[in-house]
Design a binder for this molecule. Structure first.
Ligand code: KE4
Length: 431
């Protein structure tokens, strides 16, 4: 196996660590969990990224989800170029914001009104505040292994033992704050029912990734989402689908279209910005109109609805709307997933493979993975070895067992073939 040259990336990484904590602007990029130094990327096109040492990779991270069209789609580039020539930001309302808002509302029927922000974290943080303001309740329920960004109320892990209250999952989160976040198990309605029974009339919302994408890719079990819907309806709890990752990814109308379950609020991000910083949260009109300035729940943002990001989002969604887009993506994603599973089987290495649309994951575990406790039993050392070997073979996977791989419309049959050949070599290495 050729050992690729990483000289310039290594030099840049040591430079970066002098001025940026950990040398990166988001922790997972540091490649810490896969025992390697990060590659510094200088350009990308289609499904390929090129690092500072001119190594070329087939990219399955896609900027963690936004690049569903592939990198540098000409129509997205052109839209952003045109927008920036008229001004980068005004801090005033623009027509583009109405256009993208209406595209989102048309795509996702449960969204009657939507507010644009600049990240998924802002979207979930604001949606939770709005749910608390609308219900007058303080507690929220999230799920182990689900990630909704880094707002204080979401950096919380399940309380120890039988304690239902959350405890901080990061220094800097006050215990008084964390105690309002209750943690259930993904795919376990029983764990939700227990928390609701133990905390009557005090839960403002349940926030869930309808397809968990931040502990690897874990689909909802039959009846799980429907059960959450029923509990929320019966208890007056706001059901928030965090579709920052799944929105416009698994269907044009997101996971709620795929599974036919309607939340009260939805958070979005990633794809709706086409690679530029965007988040959004939306839902029922009566809830959304409680937001300032029409209502009393405060939320704001200097660059919310930024014209460049709106332009990239409008161009992206216009292309996703085209007939046949998701059918094509489904077929190529199926080929990638089946090819990687066959490669593991050929090498005699047991994996548990999951896929929903163009979100996929190979769990390095001989047993089924359906929640955080089963995900955390994966062999992360073996995954790290596989990741490094795939990198050497020119395939850029997410640098963590607990992430999702994304297929884009730009992944060709040849790219998929090359990926599968690489997987065959790499699984043999670790078997
Ligand atoms: P951002 O604040 O990173 O834009 O979005 C937070 C977020 C919210 N909800 C879901 C379902 C998400 O997946 C995310 C962010 N996803 C991670 C990737 N697993 C972002 C990558 C990173 O943190 O660098």
């Amino acid at each position: 196996m050729n050992i690729m040259n990483q000289e310039r990336s290594s030099k840049l990484f040591s430079l970066a660590r002098k001025s940026i904590p950990g040398g990166v602007n988001s922790p997972v990029r540091a490649f810490k969990s896969v025992g390697a130094d990060p590659l510094f990327i200088k350009s990308a096109s289609g499904c390929r990224i090129i690092d500072e040492d001119d190594n070329v990779f087939i990219d399955y991270v896609g900027s963690w989800g936004p690049m569903i069209l592939g990198h540098c789609h000409p129509q997205v580039i052109e839209a952003v170029k045109q927008a920036v020539e008229s001004g980068a930001s005004f801090g005033a309302p623009t027509e583009r914001e109405i256009t993208l808002a209406n595209m989102v509302i048309e795509a996702v029927p449960s969204i009657e009104m939507v507010r644009m922000v600049s990240s998924g974290t802002e979207a979930t943080m604001s949606a939770i505040r709005l749910a608390r303001g609308y219900t007058g309740r303080d507690n929220i329920i999230k799920f182990s292994g689900c990630y909704h960004g880094h707002a204080d109320s979401l950096l919380v892990k399940a309380g120890s033992g039988a304690a239902t209250f959350g405890v901080p999952d990061s220094p800097g989160v006050p215990a008084d704050f964390a105690k309002h976040t209750l943690t259930a198990e993904f795919n376990s309605l029983e764990s939700v029912r227990r928390l609701v029974a133990d905390n009557p009339d005090s839960i403002a919302c349940i926030i869930v990734e309808p397809i968990a994408g931040n502990m690897g890719t874990i689909p909802p079990r039959e009846g799980f989402l429907e059960g959450l819907r029923e509990i929320c309806t019966n208890e007056g709890i706001i059901l928030i689908f965090d579709e920052v990752m799944t929105g416009f990814r698994v269907a044009y109308g997101g996971a709620q279209e795929l599974y036919g379950v309607t939340p009260d609020m939805t958070t979005l991000g990633k794809i709706i910005g086409g690679g530029l910083p965007v988040g959004a949260f939306g839902g029922k009109r009566e809830i959304m109109e409680m937001l300032s300035p029409s209502g009393s729940v405060y939320q704001a943002g200097t660059l919310s609805g930024n014209p460049l990001a709106m332009s990239a989002g409008i161009a992206t969604l216009s292309l996703l709307k085209k007939p046949g887009f998701y059918q094509h993506l489904e077929e190529s994603s199926r080929q990638v997933a089946e090819g990687i599973s066959a490669a593991a089987k050929l090498a005699g290495y047991p994996i548990h493979a999951t896929r929903v649309g163009s979100m996929l994951c190979a769990f390095f575990s001989p047993e089924a993975v359906y929640d955080w406790p089963s995900a955390v039993r994966c062999d992360t050392v073996a995954f790290a070895k596989y990741f490094r070997a795939m990198l050497q073979e020119g395939v850029y996977l997410a640098p963590s067992q607990f992430e999702t791989a994304f297929v884009s419309a730009a992944h060709s049959a040849d790219d998929i073939e090359a990926t599968i050949r690489a997987a065959e070599k790499c699984f043999k290495l670790i078997a």
